[in-house]
Design a protein around this ligand. Structure first.
Ligand code: ASP
Length: 304
C-alpha cells in the first residue's frame, strides 16, 4: 500500500479562464511528476525518494513556480526556497534564497542528510549545494519570458508581492510508502516582486512543510506569511495527534483559520495509515494523486 499526492500551487483558476495551452502543460507536468514518484513507490522505494523525485520533475517544468519558471523577485532575480522532511525520525532539511542551484529540493535533501543543519540560506546555501555536487546554473536559466512579463506588469501597476490577484504556483509532494513512512517536500520561487530577502512558509519546517510518522505529511501553498503565523503544517499534525481529528478535518479547519487570518491557499496531506486529503480556499489548485491500486488523478479546478 502506498500513496502519493502532489500540488502545483493554488489560485484563481476557473474553467474557461485559464490559457488552454498552460492548462494542458500543467496537467502534463503533474502527470509526469506522479509517474516519477509512483515508479519509486511501486518498486518498494521510500516516501522521501518519491517526494524528491516528484518535486524534481515539477521544479524542471516551467509551468510551475519552482526551480525553472520561478517567479521573479523585485530586483529581477529568481530566489528559490525548498524543504524536505522524513516522517520517520522527523529528519528535515531546507534551503532559502538559492540563486544558482538547479535542484532546490535536492539541496534541501543534502542539508537533511549531509549537514548538521536544518535550514541554510543565500550564498552559503548555493555554496553548500555546489560542494555537495549539485549542478549550478546561471540565474537567468530559471527565468522564463512569462515570469519577466508578470513582474514588469506588477511593478508597472505599482503593486507589490501582496497583489490580490496572485496565483500561488509553489509545488509540493507528500507520500506514504509501503512501510508506512511518510515524507513531504515543498519548493517555490516565492511571491512575485518579493523584496528584502523575503522568505515564505515553504522552507520553514512546521509552516509550509512537515512530516511525522505519528500523524501526517503536509505540504502547503498560499500566502506564506499567514501559513507561517498559523504554523500550518505542524498544526495539522498536532490536531490529529492531540484532538483525534481525521486528516480531512484537520486540513479544512486549519485552512478556515488561515482564511480568518486573511490568507488563502491550499494543503495536501497523507497519513501513515494511507489516508490522503487536499483542501483549498482558492477557486482552484493544481493537484494530483497516485496510489498502489492504479489510481492516477490530476485536477485543476474546484469541481473535478
Ligand atoms: N507559499 C509560497 C510563499 O509564500 C507561495 C506559493 O504558495 O506559491 O512563498
Amino acid at each position: 500500500m502506498w500513496k502519493l499526492m502532489i500540488h502545483g500551487g493554488s489560485g484563481a483558476m476557473r474553467p474557461g479562464h485559464l490559457d488552454p495551452q498552460h492548462e494542458r502543460d500543467a496537467r502534463a507536468g503533474l502527470s509526469d511528476a506522479l509517474e516519477a514518484g509512483a515508479a519509486i513507490l511501486s518498486d518498494g522505494g521510500s516516501a522521501v525518494d518519491a517526494v524528491e523525485a516528484a518535486a524534481r520533475v515539477l521544479e524542471e517544468d516551467p509551468a510551475f513556480n519552482a526551480g525553472r519558471g520561478s517567479v521573479l523577485a523585485a530586483d529581477g532575480h529568481v530566489e528559490c526556497d525548498a524543504a524536505i522532511m522524513d516522517g520517520n525520525g522527523r529528519h528535515a532539511g531546507a534551503v532559502a534564497g538559492l540563486r544558482s542551484t538547479r535542484a532546490p529540493i535536492s539541496a534541501a535533501r543534502k542539508v537533511m542528510e549531509d549537514s548538521p543543519h536544518v535550514l541554510i540560506a543565500k550564498e552559503g546555501a548555493d555554496e553548500f549545494a555546489r560542494e555537495a555536487g549539485l549542478e549550478q546554473v546561471a540565474n537567468s536559466w530559471f527565468v522564463t519570458p512569462e515570469r519577466r512579463r508578470q513582474l514588469d506588469e506588477l511593478l508597472a501597476r505599482g503593486h507589490d508581492a501582496f497583489d490580490a490577484e496572485i496565483k500561488y504556483g509553489t509545488i509540493g509532494a507528500v507520500a506514504v510508502d509501503a512501510n508506512g513512512h511518510v515524507a513531504a517536500a515543498t519548493s517555490t520561487g516565492g511571491l512575485t516582486a518579493k523584496k528584502w530577502g523575503r522568505i515564505g512558509d515553504s522552507p520553514l519546517i512546521g509552516a509550509g512543510t512537515y512530516a511525522d510518522d505519528r500523524a501526517a505529511a503536509v505540504s502547503a501553498t498560499g500566502l506564506g506569511e499567514i501559513f507561517i503565523r498559523a504554523a500550518a503544517a505542524h498544526e495539522i499534525c498536532a490536531r490529529m495527534r492531540f484532538c483525534g481529528h481525521d486528516l480531512q478535518k484537520a486540513l479544512d479547519d486549519v485552512l478556515a483559520e488561515i482564511s480568518e487570518m486573511g490568507g488563502t491557499g491550499g494543503l495536501i496531506a497523507v497519513s501513515p495509515e494511507g489516508d490522503a486529503a487536499w483542501s483549498f480556499t482558492t477557486p482552484g489548485m493544481y493537484r494530483g494523486l497516485a496510489a498502489h491500486d492504479g489510481t492516477r488523478e490530476v485536477a485543476v479546478f474546484g469541481e473535478e
